[in-house]
Every structure is written in C-alpha cells, then in structure tokens.
Design a protein around this ligand. Structure first.
Ligand SMILES: Cc1ncc(COP(=O)(O)O)c(C=O)c1O
Length: 395
C-alpha cells in the first residue's frame, strides 16, 4: 500500500492520539535499517523506542519465532507453559529477582508491581500503607493507575479522578523525598534514567538514599526498567550501575524485541504476597511471547550485545562530545540511551532534518534528541550518524 493510502485510512479509522507522526510507513527491516513504502532506507536510531534491541529481522530471533509458530501460540494459564517457566528461570538467574510474573506491556508490568507492593503491605496488616512515591517527570505508562504514577500532569489531567495514593517528588531532591515518606509509604518507584522526559539520570547517592529511606520506612524500592532494561544502558539492568538491588523491578520493551511482553520481577519476600488468584492475565507469558524473551536473552548473551551497548555507547558519547558543537548544550545518558540537549534549533527541526538524511531519532520536549538504537550498532553506523548530525547542527 502507498503511504498516502495508509495515511488516509489512518486519518479516517484510527483514533487520533498520535497527531504528529513522521510521514513514513515501513515495509521491512534488516539490522539497523528500515525500508519505507517508497523503497527509501532509514538508519534506525530509535529502535521502536528502545524495543528492537536485536535490530530488525535478526535471523536467529526470527527462526526461533517461526519454530514456535509452527508448534504452539497460546494455551492459557490454566496449564503449565514450558517457555514461561524457562524464561522466569532465565530472568531470575541473571538478575536480583527470585520470581517473575509476565504481563503484556510496560504499563501492565508496572500495574503488577504496584499491586504487588500494595498487597504485600495489606497482607502484613498495614492497611494504611498504600502510598507510592514516584518522581516528577517520570513515565510509568498509560493505564489509569500508571498514569497516576507518572509524574507529568499532561498525561493525568483529563482522566481525573485517578487512582489515589501517588505522591510525586522532584528527581535527585533528597529532602523532598524525606518529607514525602512516612509509615504510610508502601513503595518508592523510580527509573534509573528517565527516558520520556529527555534522558535524565538519577544521581548515584540519591539512589542509595532512596534504598536507605525505603528500609527505614519498611517500604519497597521499585525500579522501572522498562526502557533501561535488557542491556540498553551497557548493563543488563540499569540498577547494576548503582550497586543496589530493587525489591521489585519491571521489564517490557526489549524483552520481546517487538513481541509484546512485560515482566514483574521481585524478591522472594515480596513475590510471595501474590497468592492464589491475586493477579492474572490471559495473554501474559504465553508460549509465543516467552519464546521471544528466551531468544532475546540467548542472543544478547551469544553476541555479547550488552558489552557492545556499553562500548558503542561510550564511543557514541565521545564522538558527540568531541565534535564540540556550540548548539549542543549537553549530551547525557548511559550506554545506548543517549539524550542530546540542544540550545537551537528545536529538537523537532533537527529530528526532521535527520529524517531527510535517512536517520530516525526521537525528540523529547522542545530541545532534546533521543537516540535508542539497536544494541547491534557498529562504529561505522555511529560515524555516519554523527557526521550527518554535525552537518545539520552547523548549518
Ligand atoms: C520507563 C517506562 N515505563 C513504562 C512505560 C510504558 O510501557 P508500555 O508503553 O509498554 O505500556 C514506558 C514506555 O515508554 C517507559 O518508558
């Protein structure tokens, strides 16, 4: 189908929530490259917003899915599911969690984490202990409760009244956190690097203070790893950079490399609070989705892609910094989660100019370009991007 036909169908039949789509539709992809309906090739520096960590049409991943398609898609959670059990085991073996529950998306994984934190408190008899503290400018999803958790009014306003019990405090402001915490605090939930608000990292000492305050108030330390997880930041999970272990963390996005899956990962003492019938999902962790998760973990390991994310991330950052671009105010992030803050022109203008030159990136707010490329990226890919970016910025 031609782009104009797709656009007219979209305008007539799809709910108009994505108003500012880039005028392109893709037919197929290979590695770092996406091909549009008119045959034009684009280098994917956004990775479907941190999803396609293995790049497009990874042959081993594709073969694993094809094999699974031939065998079994879905049976329901009324029966045991081999891939589900195996992926839960694999995630436990590579993380600080002891048990896993599978969902279908990031928001749903966060819902599960919030429910788990609350049910743990209520099963201990602390019925007043339901407050959850999150950060201003955080992003935790679009369901009613995760919108309440998200510290951005623009996502919340039209949906009031929201799920009660959420308090938002400014990032890296320890005093504000201390003031907000009490014996009613059930959990503090953070992203180690806030993605949707322009790649804003949390300070090392702040995270350690969060952990200490959680201990003091008998509250759970919850980390949303939906964007940062699965190697994105140069460690399998971003919490590893900080030398801390969350009681609960959540995954989605790259866990399925494009197949919808989310995960609630928790330490035993809290995971045990989900008893018989306390939570559930029809699709969550079905044979197909968990096949994708198993293949992702295997490929990350066999191709040393987490290390590649670290090495290429450092190279990318260093190339951007050494270009000494006067219109670049700051380059921040970790691994292959990089935000480039501009003084001028606007991020949307630069994103559009990069698109014209065959590069896909994201823009956040008015002035941040966000890069979340597949973890298979090479130096040559980065060089080509930085050269194009430099020309655009200097023009
Ligand atoms: C940190 C974080 N949490 C949660 C979500 C929500 O995930 P989903 O869109 O899969 O529901 C996102 C999505 O961008 C995210 O970046």
């Amino acid at each position: 189908m031609q782009l104009d036909k797709i656009q007219s169908l979209d305008q007539q039949y799809f709910m108009p929530v994505f108003g500012n789509r880039t005028p392109v539709a893709f037919t197929h992809g290979k590695g770092m490259t996406l091909y549009a309906t008119d045959g034009v090739a684009y280098q994917d520096f956004l990775g479907g917003i941190a999803v396609t960590a293995l790049g497009h049409s990874h042959p081993v991943f594709t073969q694993a899915l094809k094999n699974q398609l031939d065998q079994l898609l879905h049976t329901s959670s009324l029966y045991y599911i081999e891939n589900q059990a195996a992926l839960a085991q694999a995630l436990v073996q590579c993380s600080c969690a002891d048990r896993i529950f599978f969902a279908n998306s990031g928001a749903e994984a966060n819902e599960g984490a919030i429910k788990l934190a609350r049910i743990h408190a209520s099963k201990q008899g602390f019925t007043h202990k339901y407050e959850i503290i999150t950060l201003v400018d955080s992003f935790h999803g679009r369901t009613m409760t995760t919108v309440a958790a998200t510290g951005q009014e623009k996502y919340q306003k039209p949906y009031a009244p929201l799920t009660p019990g959420f308090i938002h405090v400014p990032i890296n402001d320890l005093q504000a956190l201390e003031r907000a915490m009490s014996d009613n605090t059930c959990a503090v939930m953070i992203e180690c690097i806030q993605g949707e608000s322009g790649v804003q990292p949390v300070d090392q000492h702040y995270i350690h203070a969060v952990v200490a305050l959680c201990k003091k108030h008998n509250a759970h330390f919850v980390v949303d790893e939906i964007q940062t997880g699965m190697g994105r930041t140069g460690k399998l999970f971003a919490y590893e950079h900080f030398g801390v272990e969350p009681d609960i963390f959540t995954l989605a996005k790259a866990l399925g490399n494009g197949i919808p899956i989310g995960a609630v990962c928790a330490k035993e003492f809290v995971a045990q609070s989900f008893g018989l019938g306390d939570h559930g999902s029809t699709f969550g962790g079905n044979a197909f989705a968990t096949c994708a998760g198993l293949a992702v973990l295997d490929i990350l390991k066999n191709e040393d892609l987490v290390k590649n994310a670290q090495v290429m991330g450092e190279y990318f950052m260093q190339r951007l910094l050494s270009a000494n671009l006067t219109k670049v105010a700051q380059v921040r992030g970790k691994g292959l989660m990089i935000g480039i803050q501009l003084t001028e022109p606007s991020a949307v203008q630069v994103k559009n100019a990069l698109f014209e030159k065959g590069f896909l990136v994201g823009s956040v707010g008015t002035n941040v370009i966000r890069c979340l490329p597949p973890l298979i990226i090479t130096q040559a890919d980065i060089d080509a991007f930085v050269d194009a970016f430099t020309k655009i910025i200097e023009e």
